[in-house]
Design a protein around this ligand. Structure first.
Ligand SMILES: *Cc1c(COP(=O)(O)O)cnc(C)c1O
Length: 461
């Protein structure tokens, strides 16, 4: 071991602090602010907990950016990974196959809505969306409808940070400055829905649906695809959709012959209490994109599922140029595929035993009790294992300036209480691993209330 690494824990942490400050550039992070904040180096994990290099323990309240399903360092997933490492870590999927990839493709298509029979792998959510967009674009050309190339996205949509994904998204704050480089898309208003612990407090979707209908009829014959994040727009701050909304979107897609692309990167793989968010409404999407939870928070892997109809349109001679020329060096990585297979198996158990349902019920109830009457919770929302609190000054007080970073202050204070969370401006987003226990849920909300109150006291004093 490097002699620097043998130094005492705090000397080592100081060294890491320095290397990190001098050479790392963290994503979605204002580095000038980061430089002023206490740093945290996560060293190991077990179950829903993470430990830093000083030995402090934290509950992983954002499931390591919405990926973790079965906890950290899970022995069964570890074993699946070790078993695969002993065989081969990577072999290309370009023109070759391997057992893990073939098994995962079969498993996903068996589990997904009946319309979906083909899986294309990639390694992140943005790419899963890019692939769906490119497939849709090329599909319409190859069946003789090249005018169909407009894409419709929804207000507040977020589909990733690559150019195609930014183009169909609506995250002005994240992507607005790249506008001149983005391709033109159409946007319809999001529906409204506020729900906590299964109790719908507000819901309106007719104006959203009529906007979508107007866009589709006003551009008849020109729309290739409609892209939506079903059930919850997570990155927008857990914006919920009323039940029945997705089915109506699907009907409009069918009526105007546009593809329906579902971005289940966040909501898929158990997050809302079912394997897929589109389950239960008998939706037949043309594309379904999975990433974040697919490998339970272990490895980068994404999948774009599509129909045999789409697949068939790409068959032809090599000379016809009708193949799909998009792939990545690590497409279908066998380690990630093995982990995904094991994770899906464990997820089915969580679903079949009713454990996930019970966890979600407890999560919703405790969330509601904790924040229903909180004077600084302007709005709260929850569905599945996802919740958001919009923090605001108590009534009659002026809004906080953006630079006060109240949401960030709460999350920094939460660390002192043994809780890791990430804010979205002044909203606190709560997305725990799927296996969080009742006691851990209690710990989470108790300490979040303490953290919020402590910051409020500081601000008001
Ligand atoms: C995270 C996310 C993406 C992008 O996935 P990456 O793996 O970060 O590229 C796309 N859509 C939704 C809904 C997401 O939450």
């Amino acid at each position: 071991m490097n002699s620097e690494l043998q130094a005492s824990a705090s000397e080592r942490t100081e060294q890491l602090d320095q290397w990190d400050r001098e050479h790392s550039w963290h994503p979605f992070t204002q580095m000038a602010e980061y430089a002023t904040l206490p740093q945290l180096h996560v060293e190991r994990g077990e179950g829903c907990w993470l430990w830093d290099t000083e030995g402090n323990r934290y509950l992983d309240g954002n499931a390591s950016i919405w990926t973790n399903a079965h906890g950290h360092n899970d022995p069964e997933i570890n074993n699946a990974l070790i078993d695969q490492i002993g065989k081969v870590a990577h072999s290309t999927y370009l023109g070759l196959s391997h057992p893990a990839g073939a098994e995962l493709g079969k498993r996903l298509c068996d589990l997904a809505p009946d319309s979906l029979g083909r899986a294309i792998f990639s390694d992140n959510g943005s790419n899963a969306i890019e692939i769906a967009l490119k497939l849709s674009f090329q599909f319409w050309q190859q069946i003789g409808q090249p005018d169909k190339r407009l894409v419709v996205g929804m207000e507040n949509g977020y589909h990733g940070d690559t150019f195609g994904a930014m183009s169909v998204g609506n995250s002005v704050g994240f992507h607005g400055r790249f506008e001149p480089w983005l391709f033109d898309t159409l946007t319809f208003a999001a529906p409204e829905c506020v729900e906590v612990a299964g109790d719908v407090q507000q819901s309106e979707m007719e104006s959203s649906l009529s906007e979508l209908e107007a866009l589709l009829s006003g551009n008849a014959g020109k729309v290739a695809a409609v892209v939506v994040e079903p059930s919850i727009q997570g990155p927008a701050g857990m914006k919920l959709q009323p039940s029945g909304f997705l089915k109506r979107v699907e009907s409009l897609c069918r009526q105007f012959e546009a593809h329906l692309i579902l971005d289940e990167v966040f909501v898929g793989c158990g997050r809302v209490g079912s394997l897929f968010a589109c389950e239960g409404e008998e939706i037949s999407p043309d594309f379904l994109c999975l990433a974040k939870g697919l490998t339970a928070g272990y490895l980068p892997m994404a999948a774009t599922l599509t129909t045999e109809d789409v697949y068939a349109a790409f068959l032809g001679t090599v000379e016809s140029g009708s193949g799909f020329y998009h792939g990545h060096t690590f497409t279908g990585n066998p380690l990630a595929a093995r982990v995904a297979i094991k994770s899906l198996e464990k997820l089915e158990t969580l679903l079949d035993t009713g454990r996930l349902d019970a966890t979600i019920r407890h999560f919703g109830e405790r969330f509601e009790e904790s924040f229903r009457d909180h004077p600084n919770a302007r709005s709260i929302r929850q569905r599945g294992l996802a919740a958001a609190i919009d923090l605001a000054p108590t009534e009659g007080n002026p809004p906080w300036p953006l630079n006060d970073r109240v949401g960030m202050q709460v999350c920094i204070e939460a660390r002192n209480q043994g809780l890791l969370l990430r804010p979205l401006l002044d909203s606190i987003l709560i997305v725990p691993p799927l296996v969080i226990s009742g006691e851990e849920i209690d710990f989470l909300f108790e300490n979040l209330v303490i953290s919020i109150d402590s910051v409020m006291n500081k601000i008001c004093s």
